[in-house]
Write a protein that binds this ligand. Sequence first.
Ligand SMILES: [Zn+2]
Ligand SMILES: [Zn+2]
Length: 228
Amino acid sequence: MKTEIKSFNLGVTSCYLICGKDVVLVDSGMPDKLHLFQKELARLEVDPMRIRMIVLTHSHFDHCGSASDIRKLTGAKIAIHESERDCVEHDSVLIPKGVNMLGKITKPLIFSFKISFPKFTPDILLNNSPYPLTDYGIDGYIMHTPGHTIGSLSIILNSGEAIVGCMAHNGLPFRLKPGLPIYAQDINAIKENWKILIDKGVTTVFPGHGKPFPVEIMKRKLNYPDTK
Ligand SMILES: [Zn+2]
Ligand SMILES: [Zn+2]
């Protein structure tokens, strides 16, 4: 199966189309981005009717903001981890801690105002078991990778790419270079999941904000031997 990842931005969020037999969208960007989404699909030459699933890496507004609108356009099913269901159906928000100084300073600004987005009922609730994407003609699976939030998800392709949501940040407005996210409920859990990705043979990491980067950067940040 030939699988290709197409990247685009919806607001400050990096979103991805995994194109195999069908197309799986990872994250839906900020609220009110449907028009921009349609423009990006046209630019990337992807027919919206091919999108069969929208995987939300977690329930924050900058990843779920346009999910409801995109579902109406495409008819795709929305998948999220079961532990974050309440946050997309109602007004509850998982508030992470600031990891570094910038995170500590900006966290109240970003999370306390509860930026609202159209709420929705997910179609597929994922648990802690891997969820294969073979039914979509994609050689990979969705995996529970908690840390940024309790129900954070990543998508691992067997060709070596991993789309990890906010398990990593690489770009404005959060970071200038690739690294850990600046907000996390449990930063140590994120580091454990970085190790799991490395052990699985991931080669390229696609973050929730910013551009893809090689897994060697994760190894260096975790002080793996021979990565200085
Ligand atoms: Zn987040
Ligand atoms: Zn985010």
